[in-house]
Write a protein that binds this ligand. Structure first.
Ligand code: ATP
Ligand code: ATP
Ligand code: MG
Ligand code: MG
Lengths: 246, 246
């Protein structure tokens, strides 16, 4: 079972889009996938218009069962949504003593028949994201083509190094996804080169800036359904194939 | 003294760019401005390459003096930077009892000779942002031209309403800034119309998608210095003028 944390502290780097399109794409290829939204913004449930009751908050701090807190998007894909109530989980967990960084791992322990568990992180340095890093074995880092997002990616590496050195848990970076790529911008080219210099062959095909990706959200559909021939669908499908062969 | 919180929970909505360009633009027009970075990403200090020692963390929880924690960017503009240490402030403040939402107001009480105090928020729902709302009298909400950023803007309004009803403190929305606007995208037009319907004349001139704004960060300059004739400089200067006359 591959346990993947999708993470970059920088806002708007393309985390939710990458986590969700990876999850949907893998499920369309027959893999069993669980997508967990770790952000109180709750963008995953908003995007796919998921009518839910219990969510990650109940799973983490109210001892709800995993089945009560997960909802099928298709035959191969379950989603555990979040919303504002997740901010309350952070507070409760911060108040626990020992074990506060293992709450998510405990809550997801019953999940055993998935091929992939994908965690979509909030743009913060918080206890829930630490829980996510401790649960996962690999990290996917979306990086938008600007200087500040590179700074965010650098911080992810520092955080993963800290988790390895201070907590003895290894999360390897399996993919760095260049997002909002526009080959006409010299800036896009420069940032892509910088990423390649630091991350070599972990850098995936770039996801081109493509308004259909933003439109698919308002249409409450994944990109493969909304615009199967778009650059957005094409780029993310290549990333799905890479994840399958990785 | 105008106390402005720049806020939108959505990542990458253009908060830091708007807060900083508003601050710099106002200072260039002779106003005395304090810009406070409330985000542990510390993007303001990174952008302007500010060599600092004490920062917002020391001001909030180590009783450092305001003068030790603020640095001049020009004759009219002081910056109080942040970095990872700010995450520690959040933890300390959460542990305080009564008064935990007033720590920032107390820390900024000595600031009296500024014309504008501008607070750049992190993309989160946290105690520091609540402190920011309680200190401020007006809110500026950058909204990028996509559905999820509209959802974030909606949440800002809900949060401000909660602060008014539950805590008796009024923060009026003085400007809603459309960001990453591209008139060739139907999506940009739709989101702009939606904003106008909800916020009427509080909606400012849109800030057009303009790669020079992203480049100015890597060049460690504000847009007026980096590219004075660019759309980025033009759009933000109109917003500065509007703030001056507002
Ligand atoms: N390649 C792309 N081209 C155009 N729009 C995109 C692209 N990728 C994502 N978007 C849109 O940009 C916005 C930001 O992307 P997204 O929400 O995935 O980033 P994020 O890192 O999850 O943000 P946050 O930090 O708020 O969690 C969304 O509205 C999304 O639909
Ligand atoms: N109008 C624009 N055109 C092009 N690039 C822009 C524009 N406005 C901002 N940017 C760039 O987009 C990125 C995101 O903007 P910014 O950092 O201001 O957003 P933010 O809301 O502060 O993000 P966060 O949620 O991480 O705090 C930055 O690299 C910035 O330089
Ligand atoms: Mg997201
Ligand atoms: Mg910012």
């Amino acid at each position: 079972m591959r346990k993947i944390v999708v993470i970059n502290q920088k806002g708007g780097a393309g985390k939710t889009t990458s986590a969700a399109m990876l999850a949907v794409g893998l499920s369309r290829k027959g893999k069993k996938v669980l997508l967990v939204d770790l952000d109180p913004q709750g963008n995953v449930a908003v995007w796919f218009d998921i009518p839910y009751e219990k969510n990650l908050y109940h799973l983490l701090v109210e001892n709800a069962g995993f089945d009560e807190c997960s909802y099928p998007l298709n035959n191969n894909l379950l989603v555990t949504p979040s919303d504002k109530t997740l901010a309350q989980s952070e507070i409760v967990m911060a108040g626990m003593g020992e074990g506060r960084e293992k709450v998510l791992s405990k809550a997801l322990a019953p999940v055993s028949n998935a091929d992939f568990v994908i965690l979509d992180c909030a743009p913060s340095l918080n206890l829930i994201n630490l829980n996510a890093m401790l649960y996962s074995t690999e990290a996917v880092v979306p990086v938008s083509m600007d200087y500040l997002s590179l700074v965010g990616a650098r911080e992810v590496i520092d955080n993963l190094t800290w988790v390895r050195d201070k907590m003895g848990h290894e999360v390897k970076v399996s993919m760095v996804i260049p997002t909002f790529y526009d080959k006409r911008d010299r800036k896009s080219q420069e940032v892509l080169e910088t990423l390649s210099r630091h991350f070599g062959d972990k850098v995936t095909t770039p996801v081109r800036k493509n308004v259909t990706l933003a439109e698919s959200v308002g249409a409450h559909q994944d990109i493969f359904t909304y615009a199967p021939k778009s650059y957005g669908a094409e780029d993310y499908m290549k990333i799905v194939d890479r994840a399958l062969n990785g």
